[in-house]
Structures are given as C-alpha cells and as structure tokens.
Write a protein that binds this ligand. Structure first.
Ligand code: NAD
Length: 250
C-alpha cells in the first residue's frame, strides 16, 4: 500500500458517479487517510453517505477565497501537513454548453474560468505550505481543451487554461518537491457532464472509440490519480496524462 499513513485532500465528490469518488476509493485502497471537501450542504449530504467515519469532511466553495482559507486552516490545525491533493472540480452555466461559442456571455466565460481553472491556483496556494516534499497535486481535464468537441465550448477553453496552469504550477511547486499533473479523462456520465448539450451522444461516441468499445471507469481514473499523488510519480512533472482507454488516439 503505497499511500499508507499519507493524508490526501479530495475535492469534488458530488455522488458515487463522481470521478473524485473513483479517486477516493483508489486512494483508500492504497492506505491513505482522506480529507474530503464539498461545495455546499447538498453535496455534504451525498458525501456523508459515502465517506467513512474516520474521514474529515469540510466545506470548501472554491468560488470564495474565505471558504478556501477556512478549509485549509482547518486541515492545518487538524493534520499539520498533507501528502497530496486531488482537484476534481468544474462548473459552467448549462446555457454556455451548447450552440455557437461566439455566443458565449462575458459572465459565463468568466464563471467557467473561475471555478474550473482559477480554482486550481487558488487551492494550490492555500495547500502549498501544508504539502510535504514528495506530494503530488492532480487535477482533471478533458480532450476538449485541444480539440473542438461539439457543445463543450466554454469548458474546453477553461480546460486549456487549466492545463496551462498545471505547467506553471508544476515549475513553481517543483522547487519545493511537489509534482503537479493533470489527468485527461475519457467521457463518463456524471452530474457535470449532463450539463453539456447532447452529452449522451458524446459519451456514446467516446465509448465507441476506446480500444475495446467500453468506456473508461472512475475506478481506472482513480488508480492513476493514486499514482500521481504519490512519490512513485515524482518524475512526472507538469504533464497531462490521458486516461481514456485510447479515445485520443483514434
Ligand atoms: P461531478 O459533477 O461529479 O463533479 C464536479 C464537482 O465539482 C462536484 O462535486 C461539484 O460540487 C464541484 N464543484 C462545482 N462548483 C464548485 C464550487 N464552486 N466549489 C467547490 N466545488 C465545486 O462531475 P465529474 O465529471 O466527476 O467532474 C470532476 C472533474 O472531472 C471536473 O473537472 C470535470 O471537468 C472533469 N472531467 C470529467 C469528465 C467526464 O466525462 N465526466 C471527463 C474529463 C474530465
């Protein structure tokens, strides 16, 4: 168990379909102690059904600097230092995830960037003093950052910014022995994806392009996240690792 005695922060479990939940299961299987953060009370109720009694659950709305500050102050008070962080958070207004990209509103663009890209920088800043050397930070991205995926629109632009943020953060955090990377996951039916116009077609198309016709699972993504937060991946720096069962190849 390569994460024994390691404390890992997992941000973004909304329910049992969440990619963050796949990550949490894999981290637990490797012996990690988990600290979950949730967006609001509604998410807390869902998370409480999944988490174990020994896990710490904290509110952290990444739209609020104060909420981020409070969450990491509590983590510091309780644990002192941490050994890794999984950021699996994104949001866009539904009306921006369809139609023409040139119709995107100024507000909608800014909101998607704020929650889906800037939040990684804000959270990383709060976590930096707590992260031990050898820790890993992992975020979740999607191929829509590089290719024009129908209706993914403003989120594709936010993911491109997120991936660039990973590279800049990786250089900064590398100096204190923390490696930062992204997983580019294949399409999976989750709450977040259901906001994209025609998402069922997107998932069907994605599944049909995997090497065996079966879509990637949250468990498969979680296994890679466990590796990427651990010191085993200290040599992987500022990278975007595809975990999509080959969709990006074809
Ligand atoms: P999800 O809906 O289960 O998770 C999204 C999470 O973001 C939720 O827990 C939600 O509470 C959280 N969130 C949104 N706004 C927030 C805020 N202001 N403060 C704190 N948390 C907030 O969906 P998911 O698909 O598991 O998404 C996780 C990550 O994976 C996202 O970054 C998503 O873009 C990425 N991703 C998803 C897919 C996919 O097909 N599902 C593919 C590639 C990447």
């Amino acid at each position: 168990m390569f994460l024994e005695n390691k404390k890992i922060v997992v941000m973004g479990v909304a329910n049992s379909k969440s990619i963050a939940w796949g990550c949490a299961k894999a981290l637990k299987a490797q012996g990690a102690t988990l600290i979950y953060t949730y967006q609001n009370e509604r998410m807390e109720k869902q998370l409480a059904k999944l988490a174990s009694p020994e896990d710490l659950l904290l509110e952290c709305d990444v739209a609020s600097d104060e909420s981020i500050r409070r969450a990491f102050a509590t983590i510091e008070a309780r644990f002192g230092q941490i050994d890794g962080l999984v950021h699996a958070i994104a949001y866009s207004k539904k009306e921006e995830l369809g139609g023409n990209i040139s119709d995107v509103s100024r507000d909608g663009y800014a909101l998607a960037q704020d929650i889906s890209s800037y939040s990684l920088l804000a959270v990383a800043k709060a976590a930096k003093p707590l992260l031990k050397a050898g820790s890993g930070v992992v975020t979740l991205t999607y191929m829509g950052s590089e290719r024009a995926i129908p209706n993914y629109n403003v989120m594709g632009i936010a993911k491109a910014a997120l991936e660039a943020s990973v590279r800049y953060l990786a250089v900064e955090f590398g100096k204190v022995g923390v490696h930062v990377n992204a997983i580019s996951a294949g399409a999976i039916k989750t709450l977040a994806v259901s906001g994209v116009d025609g998402y069922k077609g997107l998932i069907k198309e994605s599944d049909s392009r995997t090497v065996d016709g079966e879509g990637v699972t949250i468990d498969e993504i979680g296994e890679v996240a466990a590796f990427l937060v651990s010191p085993l991946s200290a040599g992987v720096v500022g990278d975007v690792i595809y975990v999509d069962k080959g969709v990006h190849l074809t």
